[in-house]
Ligand binder design. Structure first.
Ligand code: SF4
Length: 957
């Protein structure tokens, strides 16, 4: 028998998919999922989700997969650029990094030695604010913030002032235990994969999902019930739910007594300087009336049986009432009856009553009990963890209104009345939250804080608790270029980036010399009224011919609409080319069961003359000799750039950007010496680190003694004081008293009525400001944007794959409303607001509130930008509603104009827009309007046509 021989088969049964696979963190949106990047022949070939990662557990969305096209985009900037023509002309020359950094150092150095206020440094959706904020603090300017003021600061600030937390990075629903889930004002953003995974879990368990949103797309489309509410009325709807719960006595009274200021006594003494403040004992403790002892007592006593209603006499003979009584009086008002709010909200009274009953049923009839003993801050032992399983999530849709702060507070009070904060089935904090409500941190930047050549004595952003904390001078004038923490917006915890360019051009409150922006498309979709913004960037002083904003430095990875309006461009890398740190000092990726942080590592080296902005910032800091960035001999402290900083920087002794693998050998958590192998150990662990809390610390973190002690020990908190939920906000009442003329710091006359009205210590609903301008007859329709699932703001527009999903956008209108206006499907219309008009094509749909039109956010592009063909559909059939959004409110008596923002926090009121919609004439159809001059791409920009992989050429038309 012949010997067996192997058949001569020369076939590839499996093609090797990669030469190397590297883990890192996605940056195609702000969720920061873990990814595995497949590299072959030195190129990025494939991206998949990291199954071990706590954020996404292997799930990858379309945006994340398309990161490849973000990385290879022809819109990538290629080298530092210096403007040689007029601003806006796009006339640049390429320069070396030495020249670029030398010039930036000269500009920034002159300002620092003269007057650091003359630098305004603002960053967009970057994820390194603990570095950028620290850099600005060491530089000494008071003018720093990131994009929060035009994103969702109302949500964050209202949460921090009420219960020391908020949604998204601050906390999440207990997805495994919740029995009823409500989403307010969330489309497909904030967050993406984590919420999709969570909604899948809820669907599997048959949990009812109720979506409150004027538009039924995305998450609302898979909800069991869609409440197509009228924009800006969510607070009214939530207030009516509260009224129903109070009326039917379905609230968790024990929870209110244990964890909130419901029993605290409020002084009632009209006209007195302490009217409306909390009555306190000689030690500063809040007072309550103890019904067991029939006497006043410290409200912090553990075994109190406090009164929640009644009028009580204080030691000085004055009267006081419990917070809960004031709250009940507020929400039991007829204004919040379901029948009274039905017309304004568009939600029928019976639906409001039914949803209130469903919430109560889930909270009290389906309570979740975990047999986990724990100890509260008073030392009381609890055998079980008892939960009210109602989950809620809310974001920009309720936040981006002039009434957003109070609306968000109403929503949190609804959660608290149900007893559903940090309990099984409810909302759960993510470490380092909760903080105190509000946190200790105060903004710095008062007149004495800013000195030539010196750092600022503390961080820029914080939480004022009274007029003394505001950044105003003796005359009450703002000290920051964006007027944050002034009487215009006293609790502006994230600054007001949307006001910076207009204020700087007008020299109001003072002129600046250098505007330094990072990754914020302020020349287009990140501005209200972009034409006015571009005019401000090109305004010249008629006497000197010089630009009113003399120098603009901009860093971005891509050729956005903002690039041509800067003088010096510092080109950034893509997210696959650099180190990054997703830090617990900043915006971490923690889970409710434990704190987590992460890194990005470069998976590929840049093929252009670009540098990571964080490296550049540290380099500039060293050249400027900023404290903390140079050694005693003047040499750079972090010669290895950002990775060197990530490992070796200590914000406080033992506390640095990363919490994992600290200490010389990497064995410490959160506190410990710098570890030279820390990045190596993160990479070995998949580029993230999660610390798992023991079961008894996982809930009731606001009052959980063991959790609080651990958090203090690890540096996440600075005190063992428990977090007591503030149904009634004393800091707001202090502002109100100032408006009545009490105290050393009082608002100038022109601001007093506004402060008196909007600094109500109990939340209330008022109509969005735009409702009052122009009248219902002129502008009867609300206009809003939704972020599409496939794009993260304008980031996706240069992405060859994602733009095939959203290359142009329509104005979506309720079919019946459109037909009533004589507008057929696909017709072209003019959309007119009080400041301008935009032309677009209509699309009819059923799933939208009849009084509302909407479109996808940031799809419209200026011709020539983002490496697209000049006649790309984004430019010819895409449009922005931004052109219709006024950056200022109309003149007050006396001529002053406030920004178009929430009066409490300064949150940009994007979603207050009111318009009318009319058919365009036949000869006007086919192309969107307004049109802007085509932008000229920078030198060396590649063709908008490009090829990728081994396939065909990709055309970007
Ligand atoms: S959800 Fe965001 S971070 Fe996660 S994969 Fe998608 S784009 Fe990336």
């Amino acid at each position: 028998m012949p010997a067996y021989t192997e058949p001569n088969i020369d076939a590839h049964l499996s093609v090797k998919p990669a030469d190397e696979i590297k883990t890192t963190t996605c940056y195609m949106c702000a969720c920061r999922c873990g990814i595995r990047v497949f590299m072959k022949d030195g190129k990025v070939r494939y991206i998949e989700g990291n199954r071990d990662h706590p954020v996404n557990r292997g799930v990858l969305c379309g945006k994340g997969s398309a990161g490849i096209m973000q990385h290879y985009s022809p819109a990538r900037l290629r080298a530092p650029l210096l403007r040689v023509g007029e601003r806006g002309s796009g006339d640049f020359k390429e320069i070396s990094w030495d020249e670029a950094l030398g010039l930036a150092t000269q500009w920034l150095g002159e300002v620092r030695q003269k007057d650091p206020r003359k630098l305004a440094f603002f960053t967009g959706r970057d994820q390194s604010q603990s570095l950028t904020g620290w850099w600005a603090m060491m530089y000494g300017t008071p003018n720093f913030a990131a994009h929060g003021g035009f994103c969702s600061v109302n949500m964050a600030a209202a949460g921090m002032y009420t219960f020391g937390g908020s949604f998204w990075e601050f906390g999440d629903t207990d997805w495994d235990h919740t029995r009823y889930f409500m989403l307010f004002g969330v489309a497909e953003d904030h967050a993406s994969n984590p919420i999709k995974i969570a909604l899948g879990k809820l669907k599997q368990r048959g949990v009812k999902i109720v979506a409150v949103n004027p538009v039924r797309t995305g998450y609302s489309a898979i909800a069991d019930e869609w409440i197509g509410i009228k924009p800006g009325t969510d607070g009214l709807f939530a207030a009516a739910l509260i009224r129903e719960l109070l009326r039917t006595e379905q609230i968790d009274v024990g929870y209110l007594v244990r964890y909130t200021n419901a029993p605290w006594l409020v002084i009632r003494d009209p006209g007195a300087p302490d009217d409306g403040l909390i009555a306190r004992d000689g030690n500063g403790n809040p007072l309550a009336f103890d019904t067991a002892a029939n006497a006043l007592a410290s409200a912090l006593g553990p075994d109190l049986e406090p009164a929640l209603s009644g009028t009580f006499t204080l030691a000085d003979g004055r009267q006081a009432v419990p917070v809960f009584q004031l709250l009940a009086e507020r929400f039991m008002a007829d204004d919040y009856m379901p029948e009274a709010v039905a017309k304004a909200t568009g939600v029928p009274a019976e639906a409001i009553r039914r949803i209130a009953a469903e919430l109560a049923h889930a909270a009290f009839k389906e309570e979740v009990v975990l047999d986990i003993p724990w100890t509260d801050w008073t030392g009381r032992r609890h055998d079980q963890m008892i939960g009210r399983p109602v989950g809620m999530h809310a974001m920009r849709g309720i936040s981006a209104h002039a009434n957003g702060f109070h609306t968000c507070r109403i929503l949190h009070i609804l959660q608290i009345l149900l007893g559903s904060i940090d309990c099984p089935g409810g909302f759960r904090y993510k470490t380092p939250y909760p903080k105190l409500a509000p946190p200790f941190l105060k903004p710095r930047g008062k007149p004495g804080d800013v000195q030539a050549g010196k750092p600022l004595p503390g961080p820029h952003l914080g939480f004022p608790t009274g007029p003394d904390d505001l950044l105003v001078d003796a005359a009450g004038a703002p000290q920051r270029i964006d007027k944050a923490f002034s009487w215009d917006a006293p609790f502006s915890a994230h600054g007001l980036m949307h006001t910076v360019i207009a204020n700087a051009a007008k020299g109001d409150p003072y002129p600046i010399d250098v505007l330094f922006l990072y990754m914020a498309n302020m020349g287009w979709n990140s501005s209200m009224n972009p034409p006015a913004t571009l005019a401000h960037l090109t305004d010249k002083d008629p006497a000197t011919g010089a630009y009113k904003i003399p120098k603009v430095i901009y860093s971005d990875a891509y050729f956005s609409e903002t690039v041509p309006y800067a003088d010096l461009i510092l080109p950034d890398t893509t997210y696959l080319e650099r180190w990054d740190c997703i830090s617990l000092l900043d915006r971490p990726i923690s889970e409710p069961d434990g704190p987590a942080d992460a890194i990005r590592q470069p998976v590929v080296a840049p093929d252009r003359d670009v540098r990571a902005f964080q490296d550049v910032l540290l380099d500039l800091g060293a050249r400027l000799g900023l404290p903390g960035m140079v050694k005693e001999d003047g040499t750079p402290k972090f010669p290895g750039g950002y990775p060197d900083y990530i490992v070796n920087h200590e914000r406080r002794p033992g506390i640095g950007p990363l919490a994992g693998y600290r200490g010389k050998s990497g064995g410490d958590y959160a506190k410990g010496d710098p570890n030279p192998r820390q990045l190596e150990q993160y990479i070995a662990g998949g580029c993230f680190h999660i610390h798992h809390l023991p079961a008894h610390m996982r809930y009731f973190k606001h009052a959980n003694r063991d959790y609080i002690s651990w958090a203090v020990d690890k540096g996440f908190r600075i005190t063992t004081t428990p977090v007591i939920f503030q149904l009634y906000s004393e800091p707001m009442q202090k502002m109100r008293l100032a408006a009545r003329g009490h105290g050393a710091v009082v608002p100038p006359e022109q601001h007093r009525a506004r402060i008196e009205t909007y600094f109500d210590p109990l939340p209330f609903w008022y109509p969005p400001f735009e409702d009052g301008f122009g009248g219902e007859a002129d502008f009867p329709i609300n206009a809003i944007t939704q972020r599409p699932m496939a794009m993260y703001h304008s980031w996706g527009s240069q992405n060859a794959w994602l733009r095939q999903i959203h290359g142009s956008n329509r104005l979506y209108m309720n079919r019946a409303r459109a037909l009533a206006l004589g507008i057929a499907d696909d017709e072209w219309v003019w959309i007119t607001s009080r400041i301008g008009r935009v032309k677009a094509q209509i699309k009819h749909m059923e799933g939208v509130n009849p009084d509302t039109v909407w479109t996808w956010n940031a799809i419209g592009k200026r011709a020539g930008a983002w490496g697209l063909d000049q006649d790309a559909p984004e430019a010819t059939r895409g449009f922005l509603l931004n052109h219709l959004i006024a950056e200022l409110l109309p003149e007050q008596a006396g001529g002053y104009r406030y920004s178009n923002s929430d009066p409490v926090t300064g949150q940009a009121a994007w979603y207050d827009l009111k318009v009318r919609v009319e058919r365009a004439a036949d000869q006007e159809t086919g192309i969107t309007s307004p049109r802007f001059e085509t932008l000229i791409a920078p030198p060396s920009s590649p063709s908008p046509h490009f090829s990728w992989g081994e396939g065909k050429q990709g055309a970007r038309r």
